[in-house]
Design a protein around this ligand. Structure first.
Ligand code: ADP
Ligand code: SF4
Length: 698
């Protein structure tokens, strides 16, 4: 290990328990629930194996009045839920790490769509009332004293059940709009009783939650508080520097650990496009001055030097990781063994968060094995040996081809990779040059760095292959990873791509990334609705070109709501001076004017634009594959062992899908495919369903 990093491997006392090092996987959503307990246990367990000293759950609801369905979350509602959490604790403890549970009551931020209990709140004020996903057409109830007592009892019972399951650290969660947070902020807490008004009163509910959790924890478990400080830090306080200072000072040494964060997902889990590593620091940097208890915080830390700096400068005691631990569960172990150059760094794309918004187990761009540890037995660092002493040819060195090559080489195949471009990396080489996307380069960097060190791998950049070139690779397994291209296809009112728009002033993202500068004023027409249209518009406008952005969707880059980016996309477009037009179709363009129509009314208008960039349909670059597999020219004639397409060449999608596709192909080579043969998880329960209720009714 590099001596500089030794400080990261010091143990840290957290109340009655001791973290073996400073790497702390903070609570984060996994999309895994009691419905898939083995998937969940394996996902958390592999992080402990990779060296994270503490591994936490995501939010675990303490009562059906905190029911966030259909979004996935954990539960400890009754004793039936203990067994599945026990599996997680066992998987974490097996590797010497501590297990933490984020006990959670969502208050007014949950809609209790399944339990149908009227949501709880301090003063009847909904959370994010106009935000899709939080809109429930039902105002929360104002909690009376009995409701407060009930929630305290549920927290106590949840803590007892957590203890029974084997957790070492029990959380009180006062962040991100959830119930205790709503008590802390006077925006949501308008109470006239002793739970409202002064900060000392607003803190009372959190203090009582800590008290009951400590009572349940006894001498066995530590009690942590997770708190959002962004808004509180911006509020003046009479006797302290801010309300954040006051809240933390009032509770100072009551919890055994402070876990500090921002107030909403877009700022707390900001994408790399809009937030740098360590972006939380200005909000949480005062913590060590007001508490003697250890402090953990996050900041998409992937650099050990940054981590050491956080500790040495007295900002954090424990280095929190959520996304960093998803992208590389073995990050601590790689630092410990002096292999920090092999860390698979998170790129900050937030597709893991989009998975949660989709309601499914976590998926990751950088780590194709995330969520597949149990279902497919995919270990992030271990690979089944090659089924035979055979060779692989990968055509295309983008994310899919690089991942296929790396996994095949790790399995022991001899790998040759060829790409027509001088620089390997495919689309990420080009896209990483766009505003805010430089971290995406890590997708190629990590893989190329590893491939270049392997003797069994030969890389041939600048080698465009034709079918006849493949003849030289008889006896090889050939994987075609030749990517996709953007088309000039338009979009119809019934939401299908129609004919292409022709003309010298019509461009695609590929043209712009190849260096073409469209004539201004320029219209970006985006029905892809992910990042590309917004990024290109921002890029052109910031170069001084008058830029319109047009989309049939209701927002710019509409799908980026899933990655926490949409508010920032709109702000960035506004700042760059882009004119945003939504809910509209592009009908035609004559080189001087674009005719557009409203998708609802059909009303038409004209925009004076000299060029158009269409960001819509991508089609696979699969001509090489088709020529190689056509009946007149089949692979047997070339003595090719097998031929497959992966990544965008198979089906265009996000980089995450391309990496997964390449990974899956290489894992499955010579094996029974896990594509349709994987383990399906089942819930575990000690009692038959409904036993407790039936007993009560009898
Ligand atoms: P993916 O996301 O699926 O990995 P990319 O578009 O990022 O796809 O990468 C595809 C790569 O394939 C590009 O770098 C491109 O230069 C390369 N490529 C396409 N056709 C050929 C070919 N016939 N021979 C060699 N390389 C090719
Ligand atoms: Fe990081 Fe993207 Fe993976 Fe999430 S999906 S952990 S942001 S690389």
């Amino acid at each position: 290990m590099n001596k500089r990093y030794e400080v990261l491997f010091e143990p840290v006392s957290i109340g009655p328990v001791t973290a073996p090092n400073r790497f702390y996987q903070v609570p984060h959503a996994s999309g895994m629930t009691e419905a898939n307990p083995r998937v969940r246990a394996a996902f958390r367990g592999v992080k402990a194996e990779g060296g994270w000293g503490v591994v936490s759950t995501g939010a675990v609801s303490i009562h059906p009045s905190s029911d966030d369905s259909p979004l996935p979350h954990g539960r400890l509602w009754d004793d039936n839920d203990i067994a599945s959490h026990e599996m997680t604790c066992d998987a974490i403890h097996e590797h010497g790490a501590l297990a933490a549970v984020e006990l959670w009551h969502g208050g007014a931020s949950v809609m209790n769509r399944t339990s149908r209990i009227t949501p709880y709140s301090p003063s009847g004020i909904p959370w994010a009332a106009t935000h899709v996903g939080f809109m429930g057409n039902l105002k929360p109830r104002i909690m009376d004293k009995q409701d407060i007592k009930d929630v305290l009892r549920w927290q106590y019972e949840g803590a007892l059940r957590s203890r029974q399951a084997g957790f070492d650290i029990l959380y009180v969660y006062a962040g991100m709009g959830y119930l205790p947070y709503e008590f802390l902020l006077d925006d949501y807490n308008r109470r006239a009783d002793d739970y409202g008004g002064s900060v000392a009163n607003r803190v009372r509910f959190v203090r009582e939650l800590l008290d009951v959790t400590k009572e349940a924890a006894g001498e066995k478990c530590a009690v942590a508080i997770r708190i959002s400080l962004e808004v509180l830090r911006g509020r003046l306080s009479d006797n302290y520097e801010s309300e954040a200072h006051e809240v933390v000072s009032l509770l100072s040494d009551l919890p055994d650990l402070w876990d500090v964060k921002m107030d909403a997902s877009p700022t707390d889990c900001g994408s790399s496009r809009f937030r740098q590593e360590g972006a939380h620091e200005p909000t949480i940097d005062f913590m060590k001055q007001v508490t003697d208890k250890p402090v953990v915080g996050v900041g998409r830390f992937t650099s050990p030097d940054t981590m050491v700096s956080q500790v040495n400068r007295g900002i954090l005691d424990l280095i929190g990781g959520a996304r960093a631990s998803i992208a590389d569960p073995f990050l601590p172990e790689k630092i410990r063994s002096g292999k920090e150059d092999q860390i698979r760094e998170c790129i900050g794309c937030n597709l893991c968060i989009a998975s949660w918004h989709d309601g499914v187990p976590v998926r990751c761009t950088q780590n194709a094995t995330a969520g597949e540890e149990w279902r497919k037995s995919w270990h992030p660092e271990q690979f089944k040996p090659a089924h035979a002493d055979e060779n692989v040819l990968v055509v295309g060195g983008g994310p899919a081809g690089l991942e296929a090559a790396l996994v095949a080489a790790k399995r022991g195949y001899q790998v040759t990779l060829a790409d027509g471009m001088q620089q390997l990396g495919g689309r990420v080489t080009l896209e990483a040059r766009l505003p805010g996307l430089s971290a995406w380069r890590r997708v190629a960097d990590y893989r190329l760095h590893a491939l270049k060190q392997m003797e069994s791998v030969s890389l041939y950049p600048g080698s465009q292959l034709e079918p006849d070139d493949i003849a030289e690779f008889s006896d090889h397994h050939v994987v075609i990873a030749t990517g996709a291209r953007w088309t000039k296809s338009l979009y119809s009112a019934s939401e299908v791509p129609v004919g292409e728009m022709e003309g010298p002033s019509v461009h695609t993202p590929d043209d712009l990334m190849a260096g073409i500068v469209p004539e201004a004023p320029v219209l970006i027409y985006d029905f892809d609705n992910y990042y590309m249209g917004g990024v290109l518009a921002e890029n052109l406008a910031s170069k001084g070109l008058k830029t319109f952005y047009l989309t049939p969707a209701g927002h710019a880059s509409a799908w980026t709501i899933m990655t926490n980016e949409q508010p920032f996309v709109h702000a960035a477009l506004h700042k760059a001076g882009v004119i945003v037009l939504t809910q509209s179709l592009l009908l035609e363009h004559d080189g001087e004017r674009a005719r557009i129509s409203n998708i609802f009314t059909g009303n038409e208008e004209c925009l004076a634009v000299c060029s158009v960039v269409i960001v819509g349909l991508r089609l696979p670059n699969d001509s090489l594959f088709r020529r190689l597999t056509s009946s007149s020219d089949n692979p047997e004639q070339r003595n090719i062992r097998s031929i497959e397409r992966v990544g965008d060449c198979l089906a265009p999608g996000a980089i995450m899908h391309a990496v997964y596709s390449g990974h899956s192909w290489a894992r499955n080579l010579g094996c029974v495919s896990t594509e349709d043969n994987y383990l399906r998880d089942l819930p575990v329960s000690i009692n038959p369903p409904g036993a407790a209720i039936r007993k009560f009714n009898d």
